[in-house]
Design a protein around this ligand. Structure first.
Ligand code: UDP
Ligand code: UDP
Length: 453
């Protein structure tokens, strides 16, 4: 992102909170900037995670605008302990402060792009201010479908949800757990945001036509929700191409591994596993006999990651025993570069939207192990698109079942030996590349978006 050249439109981007939201917003900002759109990014500080703070510090400060929030009392939501959802709420409740801030900006703002999680309050404000407003939906079109029909289905959701006459069927077992709870803050936000979507000038989704063809067609034919704004599928957003000045030891370790030999294991920026499940996973990876690179997380927020030694988690001697073919780390790693590393052959992933899109863009096969939130809805597209496999009986965070080491070992071995899967994933990667090339479906969406901004 640079701030020097003459640009056409002035677009204000308003992300919410969480690395899974800031990362795609920064990629969108970069992609807009590459298309001669001038951008500013509204930021709320201090950020919840250290990773967000590092990412913001890496951007030119001239692009960042501070957004001081209205006073917010989290104790109003005693049932919600997730700091990210609470931050979404604090931002949502500060929408009335936007017009006065926008009025001070020069050149004047021509459009706004907001995060889905703050849509219900920011969309009416931008409509009242007469500024076109697009929503960036931070998940797949399948989750967008659930969000957009959520105001029209009984709550809490206690059955399967059928969308567009069966174009998509989301089984009850995949419904995000908070939506099954009538008092959950996430559920209230989700329904209110879903209801407000019809006010948007368009909904941007980091997906591509070949990944969700029928559903994207149904959306734009008005079959999901009548009168729904255009759904602009412009993925995959480009990944970071500039290697960090000091690559992590993890990347150096990968450099020493044979071609296509390693399974990369990472459950994203905010999924923590129980110690018991971590131990079974550790034993499973060891038993599988495969080379692995595993990022272990025990806390949802990185600043709270306890300084527990890996030995304490996995037992004395684990690291030494596996060192010939396994690397275990506890810190943030450069996933953009890992997924395209020549040594990496597969990805054991929690199926956060970004991780799945990044793997699709890299044509890298996924072994899906969704942990919560929208991850089962997203995981469903892993087998259906040929990107990978999903052992659906593997438990998610809210369940008590612990998946045993033996089960993990067998599946990892099978997955890594599956050459057919490697081929179908590579094919999807080629479709992702074609989508963003000139004339491809995402390229056309980009052209449409640029004319509207
Ligand atoms: N990520 C990373 N290094 C890590 C963990 C995560 O670069 O060690 C990035 C990952 O590439 C993705 C984002 O953080 O862009 C996580 O978003 P995702 O939607 O996959 O999952 P979430 O963290 O929101 O659950
Ligand atoms: N979401 C939504 N509407 C909302 C809040 C969330 O559609 O009001 C979607 C959004 O795509 C988000 C996803 O639900 O990414 C899952 O939220 P989760 O709590 O798992 O957090 P995230 O992984 O996004 O940080």
């Amino acid at each position: 992102m640079s701030s020097g050249e003459t640009k056409l439109s002035q677009v204000l981007l308003i992300p919410s909170s969480g690395m899974g939201h800031l990362n795609p917003f920064v990629r969108l900002a970069n992609a807009l900037s590459d298309r001669s759109i001038s951008i500013s990014l509204l930021t709320v500080r201090p950020t919840i995670t250290a990773a967000e703070s590092r990412l913001l510090s890496s951007l030119p400060s001239s692009l960042l605008i501070d957004f001081p929030l209205a006073p917010f009392d989290p104790s109003l939501f005693p049932e919600s302990s997730d700091p990210v959802t609470l931050r979404w709420e604090a931002i949502r409740r500060s929408a009335h402060l936007l017009p006065s801030l926008v009025s001070t900006l020069s050149p004047p703002v021509s459009s706004i792009i907001i995060d889905i999680t703050i849509a219900s309050t920011f969309l009416p404000v931008s409509v009242a201010s007469n500024i076109p407003c697009f929503v960036f939906f931070i998940s797949f079109a399948s989750m967008l479908a659930l969000c957009s029909v959520s105001p029209f289905v009984p709550h809490p959701i206690c059955t399967d949800v059928k969308i567009a006459g069966g174009v998509l069927n989301i089984p009850y077992s995949s419904i995000p757990p908070p939506l099954r709870d009538p008092n959950h803050l996430f559920a209230t936000q989700f329904i209110e945001n879903g209801r407000a979507l019809t006010l948007a000038n368009g909904v941007i989704v980091n997906t591509f036509l070949a990944l969700e063809p029928e559903l994207l067609a149904a959306f734009n034919a008005g079959e999901v929700v009548p009168g729904f704004p255009p759904v602009i599928a412009l993925g995959p957003l480009p990944l970071e191409k500039k290697l960090p000045s000091s690559p992590s030891p993890a990347l150096r370790w990968l450099d020493e591994q044979p071609e296509k030999s390693v399974i990369y294991v990472n459950f994203g920026s905010r999924s923590a596993m129980s110690i018991e499940q971590i131990r079974e996973l550790g034993a499973g990876l060891e038993m599988s006999g495969c080379r692995f690179f595993w990022v272990v997380k025990t806390a949802k927020v990185d600043r709270e990651e306890r300084a527990v030694q890996i030995e304490e988690l996995l037992g004395e001697g684990y690291v030494k025993r596996v060192e010939e073919r396994g690397l275990v780390v506890r810190e943030w790693v450069e996933q953009d570069f890992i997924l395209v590393h020549r040594a990496v052959a597969g990805f054991l992933s929690h199926c956060g939207l970004n991780s799945v899109m990044e793997a699709a863009a890299a044509g890298l096969r996924i072994l899906a192990w969704p942990r919560g939130g929208d991850q089962r809805v997203i995981a469903a597209s892993v087998p259906s698109s040929g990107l990978g496999i999903w052992p659906e009986n593997w438990a998610w965070e809210a369940e008590e079942r612990v998946v045993a080491a033996e089960e993990i070992a067998v599946k990892v071995r099978e997955f890594m030996a599956d050459e057919k899967l490697a081929e179908t994933a590579a094919k999807l990667g080629a479709a992702a590349t074609a989508a963003v090339q000139e004339g491809g479906s995402s390229d056309q969406s980009w052209r449409y978006l640029i004319t509207k901004l």
